[in-house]
Design a protein around this ligand. Structure first.
Ligand code: NAD
Ligand code: DAU
Length: 370
């Protein structure tokens, strides 16, 4: 039986991981530490908390005293660090918050684990797993092979630079103090509980509410889409099978330009409205409610500064060594995601707070994105 501390468990991937873990390993104790920023939502964990399957603690990973006390009280043998500022556009607006949480916060957690676990941590089966991103590798040329674990780091945005710095700190703790660490660098996740600032949920909600679908630049930037359930399974495999000190790249194996992915969402929403007349009554502002196409809402807007053109992940190593294969085809994963948002309006209405509406208005003000 493991005792897990999951940081950032009220965010998108962390919450999916808690649902996954509690189903796959019901005997384990799971404690979530999350400061509940705008991106953290207890609504994503409510069912697990109410059922006593996880235990929630509100706190900042950068608060050394709080983290130290929590490790002493809970004595986890496994830390999975999801906590981060995760949105590239926000990192361009205000990089400082990204350095505080992603760099300093990670170092505080590493130090707390080192002190709590002592020099015999590896022998006692302890593990610090750090969740990182493919963005640390920078942008790929159109025909270049995918990122491997030995691709040199070349982060472009303040977000990516902060994640790269955190990865280096994890490696330094593993090397210097023999802290048993692993890192996963994964591609763009999608699925349930994703905050609607990221491309897919933002477009799904805008399609329902009849707002424009902002396509940055020419929309031909390519991302490698990974269903979040596949990502959770990959982390489980890493915890179960990987020796400490290893880094694993995790991709979905589905590269597609943004404009094509957004077009797929439009078609899925159009089809859902055609199949269910109640949707037109629930979402009267959607073009699909009037028999139109969501594609009419697509609009090219000013590009993201320093926008990475393409990411693609070579998952060959985790496939060969740990037996991981992303199982969710993009078409099926997108359809399931659209239906999840259609049937969880209470969740997304509850997370779309005043702060989100202000940020949205600033981000997409006509003068900011002509
Ligand atoms: P998210 O923004 O949805 O959630 C982040 C969570 O961390 C929130 O619950 C937030 O409240 C919490 N948090 C933020 N600062 C904190 C702090 N100082 N102390 C405690 N909690 C804090 O992010 P996500 O999309 O779920 O990403 C999770 C992790 O995976 C991040 O480390 C991110 O860099 C990485 N990642 C994400 C993707 C993706 O596509 N979403 C891809 C690759 C890697
Ligand atoms: O690659 C992994 C990364 O994926 C994670 O590390 C990040 O935490 C996560 O946010 C994500 O970063 P991206 O910048 O790729 O995701 P985002 O959803 O913000 O944007 C996806 C693509 O869509 C990107 O090329 C920018 C573009 N885009 C995004 C938004 C929000 C648009 O064209 N319009 C938009 O409104």
């Amino acid at each position: 039986m493991r005792r897990l501390l999951v940081t950032g468990g009220a965010g998108f991937i962390g919450a999916n991981f808690c649902h996954y873990w509690s189903a796959a390993h019901p005997a384990d104790r799971v404690v979530v530490l999350d400061s509940l920023t705008y991106a953290g939502n207890l609504a994503s964990l409510a069912a697990l908390i109410d059922a006593g399957r996880i235990h929630f603690v509100r706190g900042d990973i950068g608060d050394a005293e709080r983290v130290g006390a929590l490790l002493a009280a809970e004595r986890p043998d496994t830390v999975v660090n999801f906590a981060a500022e995760s949105h590239v556009d926000r990192s361009i607006e205000d990089p400082a918050a990204f350095l505080r949480t992603n760099v300093t916060g990670t170092q505080v957690l590493l130090e707390a684990a080192r002190r709590a676990w002592g020099p015999e941590a590896a022998q006692r089966g302890c593990r610090f797993h750090h969740v990182s991103t493919d963005e640390v590798y920078g942008s790929l040329a159109p025909d270049a092979a995918g990122f491997t674990e030995s691709t040199p780091y070349a982060p472009s945005s303040p977000y990516a630079a902060s994640k790269a710095a955190a990865d280096h700190l994890v490696r330094a703790y593993a090397h210097t103090y023999r802290l048993p660490c692993t890192i996963s660098n994964c591609s763009n996740n999608y699925g349930p509980y994703q905050f609607p600032e990221k491309l897919l949920p933002l477009c799904i909600l805008n399609l329902l509410e009849g707002r424009t679908l902002p396509i940055y630049g020419d929309g031909l930037q390519i991302r490698d889409w990974l269903h979040v359930s596949d990502h959770c399974r990959a982390i489980d495999l890493i915890l179960e099978k990987s020796p400490p000190g290893e880094t694993w790249n995790v991709g979905g194996g589905t590269q597609e330009p943004n404009i094509i992915v957004v077009g797929r969402l439009c078609d899925l929403i159009d089809a859902a409205f055609a199949a269910d007349a109640a949707l037109a009554r629930r979402f009267p502002h959607s073009p699909a409610a009037r028999g139109g196409s969501g594609r009419s809402l697509m609009q090219h807007v000013r590009d993201r500064p320093g926008h990475d053109r393409r990411y693609a992940v070579d998952s060959g190593r985790i496939r060969a060594r740990l037996g991981f294969q992303a199982g969710t085809a993009l078409a099926a994963g997108l359809e399931a995601t659209v239906h999840w948002y259609l049937s969880h309006e209470d969740w997304w209405q509850s997370v779309v707070s005043g702060e989100y509406r202000q940020w949205y208005a600033r981000q997409y003000a006509p003068q900011a994105r002509p």
